[in-house]
Design a protein around this ligand. Sequence first.
Ligand SMILES: C[S@@+](CC[C@H](N)C(=O)[O-])C[C@H]1O[C@@H](n2cnc3c(N)ncnc32)[C@H](O)[C@@H]1O
Length: 258
Amino acid sequence: MLATPDRELGRLRAQARAWAPAAAQLLDQLGVGPGWTCADLGCGPIGILDLLARRVGRRGRVVGVDRHPAALLTALDATRRLPNVALVPATLPTTGLPRRGFDFVHARLVGQEAGAGPLLDEMIALARPGGWIAIEEPGREPWTIDPAPADYERLASRVTGRFLRRRSAIGPALIEQFRRRGLRRIGSRVHRLEFRGGHPYAVMPAFALAGARTWLVARGVPRPTLDRLAEALETAATDRRVRHQSFPLWQVWARRPT
Ligand SMILES: C[S@@+](CC[C@H](N)C(=O)[O-])C[C@H]1O[C@@H](n2cnc3c(N)ncnc32)[C@H](O)[C@@H]1O
C-alpha cells in the first residue's frame, strides 16, 4: 500500500467497482449461489465480498482476508449490513483458515505481493475437494491513454517490464501454474475496461507512477520529468476528452480434484 492510505483505499474501492461486472460474470459462470462458503484473499477495502455475500445469502458464509488493518476496517464498514461476512487479519499466503473448508476461493490482484505460487497452494488447500478456485491478475499489456502525455508510453513500458520480471503472477502464466498442480476444468477469460477521464478508476496511472517513482529515479529518470508526467496524469484522470484502456485482467479458474 502507498503512503497515503485514504487515497489508496479510495483507489482500491474504485478498482473493485470497475471490475465488479467481470467478477459477477465469473461468479455466475461458476454457479456461486445460496449456501456456498467462500473466501476472498487479499480483499482490501471490499474486493468481491459484497458480490459474494449477496449470492450466498443467509445460509452461506464469506470470509475476507487481508493484512492491512485500514483496509479491513473499511471492509468491515462496507459489509456491516451483510451478516454473512467475516474478516480475518492474516499475512498471505498463510491464512489460518480451515483446510478443505470452502466451496470457492478467490484472489484478485494479490499475486504480485503475496507470491502467486504459494498463494495458489494455499487456495487449493482451502478449497474442498470439488470446490472452485479463481485468480484474477493482469496480463502483459500496459494501461493505455489516448492522447498519451509526453514520456508516458516510454516510462509505462519500463514499469510494466519491471512488473513482468515477476512472471508467475502474470495472467497467462497462471494457467500453467494451475495445470502443474493437477487442477481440473481449467478455464480463463480476459477483460479490458475502456472509459474516459472523469471515471473514478482513471486515477490508476497516476498511482502506478507514484508507486514506481523511487525505482525510476534510481534508474536515472530525472525528477522533473516525473513531476511533469505526474501532473499530466492527474489531468488525464479528469479530462473527459482523454480515452483510457485498462491493463487486461486475466481470470483463471479451476476445480480442486475430488
Ligand atoms: C491491489 S489490492 C486488491 C484488493 C482486492 N483484491 C481487489 O481486487 O479489489 C491488494 C490487496 O492485497 C493485500 N495484500 C497484499 N499482500 C498481502 C499479503 N501478503 N497478505 C495479506 N494481504 C495482502 C493488500 O493489503 C491489498 O489490500
